[in-house]
Design a protein around this ligand. Structure first.
Ligand SMILES: Nc1ncnc2c1ncn2[C@@H]1O[C@H](COP(=O)(O)OP(=O)(O)OP(=O)(O)O)[C@@H](O)[C@H]1O
Ligand SMILES: Nc1nc2c(c(=O)[nH]1)N=C(CO)CN2
Length: 170
């Protein structure tokens, strides 16, 4: 069984770039592709500092729940404290999608909804994902759509808030 996950990592508190690099490092040779670093305007209406975001594609034999557990463990290691919804954080790692043996997993479980229900609205997820996989596709309520098309469909202001950082770290 091969399980491929798309993970979105974001941070806007502390040494954000280091926190994102640690997620990539923790995945080790499971990493298939990883975007560069994006500096992104805060999404969700809370006034706060810009985030840095990266999208990571990785393979393992983990179940969807085990991918979520991995994300939680990364957040715990970064001393993430849950405060304001969509507010500042040292590290947020979301499971955007999981494919098991090539088939997209779909779930409406509130503990792990797949694909991530807000991914299609978030340029900070779609832009780095597209860099990591130009052929990426995502299930939406309207069917399976190319990520490139979903990104194009977002308001120009949303897309303008997402900038690829020149400095690339691994
Ligand atoms: N695909 C998913 N990836 C990560 N968490 C998920 C997913 N689907 C459901 N959840 C649940 O969402 C809950 C809240 O997660 P979290 O605190 O990271 O939310 P958030 O990052 O503030 O907001 P958002 O979910 O909009 O990104 C977690 O308890 C988790 O179980
Ligand atoms: N740009 C950006 N905005 C956010 C982010 C994030 O990672 N990037 N994460 C949030 C928490 O869910 C809320 N808002």
């Amino acid at each position: 069984m091969t399980s491929r996950a798309v993970l979105s990592a974001g941070s806007n508190l502390g040494d954000s770039r280091a926190r994102l690099a640690e997620v990539v490092e923790a995945l080790g040779d499971r990493v298939v592709a990883v975007s560069g670093v994006y500096v992104t305007a805060p999404w969700g209406g809370v006034e706060q500092d810009d985030f840095v975001n990266r999208t990571i594609i990785a393979d393992s034999e983990w179940s969807p729940r085990e991918w979520l557990a991995f994300c939680r463990e990364c957040e715990r290691a970064a001393d993430r404290v849950r405060q304001v919804r969509w507010g500042p954080r040292t590290l947020d790692v979301d499971v955007i999608s999981v494919e098991v043996d090539g088939a997209a997993v779909r779930s409406d479980d509130p503990e792990l909804t797949l694909p991530h229900p807000r991914a299609a609205e978030r340029a900070f997820v779609l832009a780095p994902w597209l860099e990591a996989d130009p052929d990426a596709r995502l299930w939406t309520p309207g069917g399976e759509r190319p990520v490139a098309e979903l990104l194009e469909a977002l308001p120009a202001t949303e897309r303008a808030g997402v900038r690829r950082d020149a400095e690339q770290t691994r």
